[in-house]
Each structure stands twice: as C-alpha cells, then as structure tokens.
Design a protein around this ligand. Sequence first.
Ligand code: 5GP
Ligand code: MN
Length: 321
Amino acid sequence: MLDISHQVGKKLQEANLILITTHIRPDGDALGSLIGLGMALLNAGKNVQMVIDDPVPYNFHHLNGSSLISNKINREFDLSIAVDCSDVSRIGDIEKSGIHWDINIDHHITNERYAEINLIDPEAVATSEIIATHLQEWGLQFNKDVAEALMTGILTDTIGFRTYNMKPSVLRIAADLMEYGADLPNLYANGLYLRSFEAMRFWGAGLSRLARKGPIVWTLLTMEDRKAAGYTGKDDADLINVLSSINNSKVSVIFVEQPKGRIKISWRAISGLDVSNIAMQYGGGGHPAASGAEVSGEMDAIVKEVLEKTYQQLFGTENSL
Ligand code: 5GP
Ligand code: MN
C-alpha cells in the first residue's frame, strides 16, 4: 500500500494538468474525495479540472469547490484520476472518450483495477479516508475546504460514524479534520439529515408501499412518484437508509425507476451478510453491507426476481418465502 501511495504521490507531483472524476449519481464520498483531492491540488498550484457526468446534488452545494465541478472535460490534461469509482462504466459518458486512467483511488472491494496505478483499500470506510491518510505524504496540505470535503465523505459513507466497518483511526482522522476547520455539526446536518420537503414527499411514496418478505424489507419508487413529489434528484433521496433502520430485518432493498426503462437497485445488509455478490450478478457492485446495480427491465418482474435471488442466496437454508 505504501509503495502504491508513493507512486501516486510521484505522479501528482510531476503532473500539471490534472483531470479528476468520480461516479455518476455522486454521493457524499464521491464528492468529498473529488473536492478534497481537487482543492488540495489547486492549492498546490496545479491546473485541476473536476468533472462528473451528473449534477452535484443540492445538499452538497455548501462544499467550497463544488461550484468548480463541470459535467464535461473542457481542457487538456496530462494526468487522469478516478476516485470512489469501482468500475469504468460508472464514470458515465466521460469514459466514452476512451480515457486511459492513470490513477484509481477507491475503497470498494469490487473495484475492477482499471487504472495504471490502483490505490484500493477495502478496509477504508470511505475513499475520503484514503485521501486524508495519504494527503501530506503526497506533498499536499489540508485547509478548511479540503477538510470539509473529506469529512463529508467519511460522515456520509459511515452514516455518521455508525457503520460496522468503523475503527478508531477514523475518529482520529475526523478529529484532525476538525482541527483543520471542518464544521462537524453543519457537515453532519447537510450531508446526513437535512432533507428538502420534496425529498420527504418522495419518501412518503416509497414508505406507503413498504413491504416485508421474511428477513427482507423492500419498496420501490417510480418516475411518477418523483414527479408528483417534485423531487428532482435521480436517486432514492437516501430512503434506503430509513429502510435499513427497521428492526428485525436483515436486508433492505429499494428499486428506483430511472429514465429509459432502467431500474436502480440498492441493497443494505446487517453486519455478517454480504450483498455485494448479488449486486455483481446484476452488473453492479459495492460493499458487503451496501451495494447497488442498475438494470433494464419491467419493474414487477425485476422486483420479483431480485427478491427471490437475494433471499435464496442469503437465506436459502432458512424457511423459504
Ligand atoms: P447505493 O445503493 O447507495 O447507490 O450504493 C451503495 C454502494 O454500492 C456504493 O458504495 C456504490 O458505490 C455501490 N454501487 C451502487 N450502484 C452501483 C453500480 O451500479 N455499480 C457498482 N459497481 N457499484 C454500485
Ligand atoms: Mn465511498
């Protein structure tokens, strides 16, 4: 790991024109790692373009640097970096220009190691943790903007320091980030619990058809629900985290209808179960406790098949549904 980090540092120091991207439908860690690394490189005098093939969700607009993110590549670059992105297809249309990826920094166990240098640590709770750990070794500095971005990534991927992969060193990093100026309560509020009225109405649609099959709780959200609620995001507005707080359930699944007949599936599991295998069977990936995939098909058929498969693979020895 140290040797790979050393190679990353060397590349960062040599480069002048740097492209950084992350995955589509960016979450707090995608944005936190992108902005954290991007701002640290900008502060070091590098020419940096931060590009994402989707808009920055409104609840991350408070991060300084978020307004510098564009949705297409508009300058030459001599170093390309993807953060928090387990496979190239999740880079979206940016990837369609056939970029050779120099550096891939990520914490997904399912990472496809598509770059020349792959700094992958599945033990890290967030890609932002990896960046915070190595930043100074790479000759870069923390300041308030960098600290706030990285803190956001850590906070959101650990849902406020409460996922089972938490470890003491993460709290030490968070303490350092606070010393560099990260405003913990505000970042917590913006990243984790403040919701728009529209997002709550969207949740309502999903919660109204909440269902349980044995140890699995699930629901679905349609494009119609999104329109009726006035919710403009493309995601589930984090409803999956509400589902996974239901006691006596082991797995939660949400199906979110997308344009062009696509369906986004998210799985969450209690400690000790692994849903990343199932997500991979649907062309997705993620972590043992939190994974996702996007498929094409008709909602009812997909829901039925995915729930059956999830049940069979995780609880096949228990009484069937
Ligand atoms: P979410 O369900 O919140 O979208 O994502 C949960 C985890 O699974 C995240 O770590 C995310 O990066 C990963 N994930 C979600 N969707 C996909 C997907 O379509 N492909 C892959 N490889 N990973 C995904
Ligand atoms: Mn992440």
